[in-house]
Design a protein. Structure first.
Length: 172
């Protein structure tokens, strides 16, 4: 029975059917997002001392595409360690996963208003609390450290400035 089940979810020994479909959908989404980056406003040469606006998202899309292209072959790597990739797929998605998606969607949907820094801070606070983290030292160090790291990395080191959002209102 297991052999029939595994055979029905594979495209030969090389590709997993479910994973291949997911990889195709993700690749189409990446292609659409890449196309969207080509519409970014061009920066005049006088002001382009850093990377152009479309390059950073394109680099991320290339990295994500690289990981997506591994997905259909993941079952081969797991089979070598004795794991069956399809065994846990019969279980329903956990409620904590759905809750995490809802929280992230709500925060990201409000990111135009909040701005990048407050969005990062909101995610850093809400997700660990939702996941049940109650150790104050861990929470405070993460809520302060992670956003500070991201903001310093992008604003100072990479020279990519975030939209201020509500922080712009406070400053004025």
């Amino acid at each position: 029975m297991k052999n029939k089940e595994n055979a029905s979810n594979s495209l030969g020994a090389l590709l997993n059917k479910s994973d291949t479909i997911i990889a195709i959908i993700l690749t189409l989404i990446i292609a659409f997002l890449w196309f969207e980056t080509t519409k970014f406003e061009k920066v005049p040469d006088l002001f382009s001392n850093n990377i152009p606006p479309e390059m950073f998202p394109q680099i991320l899309l290339i990295i994500i595409l690289g990981m997506v292209l591994i997905i259909p072959f993941e079952h081969i790597f797991l089979k070598k360690s004795g794991k069956n990739i399809d065994s846990s797929r019969k279980n329903p998605v956990e409620i904590s996963t759905i809750g995490t998606m809802i929280i992230l969607t709500a925060i990201i949907a409000s990111s135009q208003i909040l701005g990048a820094a407050l969005t990062i801070i909101a995610v850093s606070i809400s997700l660990p609390l939702y996941w049940g983290e109650r150790r104050l030292k861990v929470l405070i160090s993460y809520v302060v450290g992670f956003p500070l790291f991201v903001i310093v990395l992008f604003n100072v080191i990479l020279g990519v400035h975030f939209e201020p959002g509500l922080l712009d209102l406070i400053k004025n």
